[in-house]
Write a protein of this length. Structure first.
Length: 263
């Protein structure tokens, strides 16, 4: 399998590319960083209940709906994404077992970078000491492949994230803001020094290479890039974003076990 070490990607490619490669059957690992700032909805999120779409538009932030689970997240420069595309035969049948196993290279990468983290079922990695969330993960089947995705936060903006939730009262937004600061961590906050894509991606590549035979490359297949652009138009369309998924949002999930009621 190949490891696609791609650096910064524009036009939401940090989300659309792994969808395209999975649909085309490309196995491997993608390591990248978004060049743009946007909101990524989980597959089951009901956008108009959870996210203030008007505020996103005012701030010039795009919104996209991905085809894997997990919650709504703010994606931005300063986040290193790992996106693993695997044959389903290589993945444990139980979802939690898959998360636990595939999180191990990331946990080891964090340790090498100087931060002890642990897996918190079902989606999160948290700092062992403070229990602040430092990585949100998602997984699902796309085409014939199992896709496991997550990010290492170098930097994060809780203030901006708090602005984007669809909550009716200022006091509720303030509770969201405070909870984000209390429960979300990032490398530069936890360790007090700066990090860049290359440093983090190289450690991730080494750790994933211990579990999978990976051949590094720096370019994505052109067929996948073309499909990714077509997918972007679909995944950001009004029809897709406003799809009624049937989910009722009564609280905002900050991390596993921590929720802020929306009213």
């Amino acid at each position: 399998m190949k490891a696609y070490v791609l650096g910064k990607l524009p036009r939401m490619l940090s989300t659309t590319l792994f969808h395209a490669m999975a649909e085309l059957g490309y196995e491997g690992l993608i390591l990248c960083e978004p060049e743009d700032t946007y909101v990524s909805l989980g597959y089951f999120d009901k956008a108009q209940e959870l996210i203030d779409l008007k505020r996103c538009k005012e701030l010039g932030l795009g919104v996209i709906r991905r085809q894997v689970g997990g919650g709504a997240v703010l994606l931005a420069p300063g986040q290193v994404f790992y996106q693993l595309l695997l044959p389903k035969s290589l993945v444990p049948f139980k979802v939690e077992d898959a998360y636990r196993r595939l999180s191990q290279p990331v946990i080891k990468a964090y340790a090498r970078l100087g931060l002890e983290v642990e897996y918190k079922p079902i989606n999160d990695l948290v700092v062992r000491e403070s229990q602040r969330k430092v990585s949100g993960q998602g997984a699902g089947d796309i085409g014939r492949l199992f896709v496991f995705v997550g990010n290492i936060l170098l930097r994060f903006d809780p203030e901006l994230m708090a602005e984007l939730f669809n909550v009716p009262e200022p006091r509720t937004r303030e509770r969201v803001r405070q909870s984000l600061w209390e429960n979300i961590g990032w490398l530069e906050r936890e360790l007090g020094r700066s990090f860049d894509f290359q440093e983090v991606a190289s450690v991730l590549l080494e750790e994933f290479s211990k579990d999978f035979e990976l051949e590094p490359c720096t370019e994505a297949p052109w067929q996948a890039l073309e499909l990714a652009e077509r997918l972007r138009k679909h995944m950001t369309s009004e029809e897709t974003i406003l799809e009624d998924t049937g989910r009722k949002h009564t609280a905002i999930k900050i991390r596993e076990g921590v929720y802020v009621p929306m009213s």
